[in-house]
Design a protein around this ligand. Sequence first.
Ligand code: SF4
Length: 171
Amino acid sequence: MIAMSIACDPKLLIADEPTTALDVTIQARILELLRELQRDSGMSVLFITHDLGVVADIARHVVVMYGAQVVESADVDNLFGAPRHPYTSGLLGAMPQVALERGHDPIAIPGTVAQAHSWPSGCRFNPRCIYREEGTCTTAAIPLEPIGGGLVRCARAAELQSTLGRAMVTA
Ligand code: SF4
């Protein structure tokens, strides 16, 4: 599949969950192959995955989506080192690798994603967010705004900055 997709020398390769359901050895080989192809050809690779371990391994820039919206966009070091959206922070706290390193169980994000036809008003993540503030988070749609060199869709991003960073350090 990868050979077919690069046969016409594309400028952009969209790799949608290319490592899902592969064992870790094959996964590592696929990632290395994509890295080599990208390096040799100069093409861009848009890598879509639910696996943050893979993201940490291969990405330079990360876009996190929730409820069909971009909620955070940042370079990979900033995103993992100082997440600025509560959903990103929750995803990192739920990673087994992160939990293991910090000596605790993974922390699940409460609740489930709403149906696409019934998004909550205000922030789409608000029913699951432990930092939700009535009114601020529940009334108007939240715009994606620049902060700290990236983009974040959170009405409380500026005030939560140190809290989310601390949560990552101590979780
Ligand atoms: S806008 Fe409010 S509910 Fe949404 S992520 Fe930010 S703090 Fe949480």
